[in-house]
Design a protein around this ligand. Sequence first.
Ligand code: ADP
Ligand code: GN1
Ligand code: MG
Length: 372
Amino acid sequence: MTQTLPIQIAEAIANFRYEGRLVRGNAYGSGHINDTYLLIFEIAGMGNIKIILQRMNKDIFNQPVELMENIMGVTAHLRNKIIENHGDPERETLNVISALDGKPYYRDSRGDYWRSYRFITDATSYDQVEKPEHFYQSAVAFGNFQCLLADYPAETLHETIKGFHDTRARFAVFKKAVEEDVMGRAASVQKEIQFVLDHEDVANCFAELQDKGELPLRVTHNDTKLNNIMIDNETGKAICVIDLDTVMPGLAMNDFGDSIRFGASTAAEDEQDLDKVSCSMELFDLYAKGFIEGCAGRLTQKEIELMPMGAKVMTFECGMRFLTDYLQGDTYFKIHREGHNLDRCRTQFKLVEDMEQKWDTMQEIVKKYSNC
Ligand code: ADP
Ligand code: GN1
Ligand code: MG
C-alpha cells in the first residue's frame, strides 16, 4: 500500500509509531489549512484501526514545534478534566501519536512537519447543520471547552498565528492588498472592496473595547466552525473539539461568532447563489442558548451582550480574509476552483448584511438567555 502513496507521505508513515499493516491511505476532510489523510491499518487478528495523519501548513504555522507544544499541553489538561468528570479521554479529546523518536511530530527530509492523531470513531464532523440538535450540542461543547480551559496557564501558550483575530490589524492588511493589487483583480471586485471600507467600525469595535480594558482575555479555540467538532453518531452529542492549532488567548464572543457565521448560515460557505444565504435566527437562538449554558455562568453580562457583535465581527473578518486572499493570489486558504475565495467572501458579506437586518432579533435572543 505504501508504494502507491506519494513518497513524502510514505516517509512520514514510516516514521510514526504505528502498528499493523497499512491497508489504505487517502486524503480526508474539508479543512482549508492542513493536508489531512486517513490511514487504515490492519492489526493481525484484531481488525482495522483508523488514524489521522496531517502535514501541517508550514506557510501558515511557521513555528510547528511550538504549535505542537500548545497541543500537547492543552490535550493533557483536557484529558485530566475528562477523567475527573468520568468521561472517555480516548474520544473526548485529541490523542497525539508519537513519532519513532518520541516527539509529537515528524520533520521529513523536505522540511515539512507531520503529526498524527487517533481517529475519533463513530462520530462525524459536519460541513453544514443537518439536525438543529447537533448545532445546539456543538454550542454546549464549545462553551464547555472554554470552561475546561479557564484554569489553563494562558501565559505558557505560544501565539501560533500573530494577531489571528485582530480584526483592526487585518483591515490594515486588506487595505494594503488593495493598494498593491498584485494579481490585477481589484478593479473587478470594487463592490466587495467598498463593502469592507464601509465597515471599518466593525473591524475596530473589539480592539477599541480591548484598548479600554473592557473585555476579558480567555483561552479560546478561535476556529469554532462546525466541522471542527465531532458529533457522536449514536447520541448526537458533540463529543470532541478538534483542530486545536489556534487555541490561544482570545475573546469569548469570537468563539461564539465564528460558529454562527459558519453553522447558522442557511447555505454552504462557498455557495454561489446568494439568494440561498441568510443567517437563521432559529439556529442563532439554539446556539446562543447552548453556548451560554456550556460556559456555565463564566461569561460577563458585557460578553453576553456583545455576542451578536461577535457574530458580525467574525463573519465580516472572515469575508475580508477571503477577499484579501483573492487579491493576493489565493495563497492562504486552499481553493478548489477559480474564484473560490471570492465566492466565499460574497457569502460572508451577504450574511453580514442579513445580520444587520436582523440585529434587533439577535439582541433580543441573547437578552433572553442572559440571566440563565
Ligand atoms: P484543518 O486545519 O485543515 O481544518 P483539521 O484538524 O480540522 O484540519 O482536520 C480536517 C478534518 O479531518 C476535520 O474537519 C475532521 O473531519 C477530520 N479529523 C481531524 N482530526 C480527526 C480525528 N482525530 N478523528 C476523526 N476525524 C478527524
Ligand atoms: C480555516 O482550518 P479550518 O478549515 O478549520 C481558518 C479559519 C477560517 C476558516 C474559514 C488557521 O479553518 O480561521 O475561519 O478556514 N483557519 C486558520 O472556513 O486560518
Ligand atoms: Mg478544521
